[in-house]
Design a binder for this molecule. Structure first.
Ligand code: MG
Length: 327
């Protein structure tokens, strides 16, 4: 299939070929197929609107690729507001020299992930720049928030329970392993979290706060919630699930799973009366099979953790960049 050249970004014949042979082949739906200057959508009610850019390297990794990731990331952010994701737009920045067969695989992966997530890709753009065969993707997405849902980081109250949907650090450890050329079995957890959110809402769980545990890790998002809800968060270290191989990998490199990025994990904060049922619902899903209650909301401020040895330590936010180009 060859390589991307500058002409693929120009408005001429080469660009049109890329459109029909790659993007047109994988992305098809009633809105996109009209080929208008903008997608025309009918939306009722409150919407959740999010955008994210994806610069991960390598672009293909165990458990996923940048195509799957750019859909999961934006869809999960919309889901975390209690919304039903509907429409996605995508902007591609391709570097000259990019392998077209690789691009074809990544676009196919995007289309499959979007279909499984029930979202339509309704607008897109491609630019070609000088470079060394890399690519970047921006996705934006819109979801509709059903009546009566109010999910916010500011909703937590003393006594609420924090449930984590699974093991920490898998995506981060997978990308770092690939970057360092370390052979292991660690796979990215890259996944759409809709099965969990749908399960919680259809069971009538009073979901107060949800957050996907991405860049910055659990430590950072819990501090954000503690600040926005003006409360204290208390974690128990031994209750936080971490895959053995990821823990070993993190120990060797001196990394703390509390600050490692994930792409298919979330926390839900629920009232104590709903906690047991919410945990069962999460565990019944494939993406939430390792879910666990990891802590509670209390009066006060900040985030603390009861350690393995029984002491208490302050869990601070992540300072600086843990690992660049993880997502
Ligand atoms: Mg998020």
């Amino acid at each position: 299939m060859g390589k991307i050249i500058m002409a693929h970004g120009a408005g001429g014949k080469t660009g049109a070929e890329l459109m029909s042979n790659i993007f047109g082949k994988h992305f098809k739906n009633d809105v996109l197929d009209k080929m208008e200057d903008a997608a025309v959508l009918k939306i009722n009610g409150r919407i959740a609107f999010s955008t994210d850019s994806f610069v991960v390297t390598p672009v293909e990794f165990k458990g996923g690729d940048i195509g799957k990731l750019c859909i999961c990331g934006t869809v999960n952010d919309i889901l975390m507001m209690g919304a039903v994701p509907k429409y996605i737009t995508c902007g591609f920045i391709l570097e000259e020299g990019l392998d077209i067969e690789l691009l074809d695989r990544l676009v196919s992966s995007m289309a499959k992930t979007a279909e499984a997530a029930g979202v339509k890709i309704v607008a897109g753009d491609t630019k070609v720049v000088e470079g060394s065969g890399g690519l970047y993707i921006n996705t934006s997405g819109i979801g509709v928030i059903p009546e009566g849902r109010n999910v916010s980081a500011a909703n937590c109250k003393s006594g609420d329970v924090i449930i984590l949907s699974g093991t920490l650090g898998d995506h981060h450890a997978c990308i770092l392993s690939a970057r360092m050329e370390i052979e292991n079995n660690i796979k990215s957890d890259c996944a759409v979290l809709a099965d969990i959110t749908n399960g919680l809402f259809s069971a009538g769980i009073n979901v107060k706060t949800m957050r996907d545990v991405t860049r910055g890790g659990l430590g950072t998002i819990l501090n954000e919630i503690a600040e926005q809800s003006a409360c204290r968060i208390e974690l128990t270290e031994t209750d936080i699930p971490v895959n053995d191989e990821v823990r070993g990998f993190a120990d060797i490199l001196g990394l703390d799973p509390l600050y490692m990025g994930n792409e298919g994990k979330m926390i839900a904060v629920v009232p104590e009366k709903d906690a047991e049922r919410a945990l069962e619902i999460m565990r019944a899903t494939e993406v939430g099979r390792n879910a666990a209650v990891i802590g509670r909301v209390a009066e006060g401020s900040g985030t603390v953790m009861i350690t393995r040895l029984g002491g208490t330590r302050i869990v601070d936010v992540l300072y600086g960049e843990g690992l660049p180009r993880i997502c």
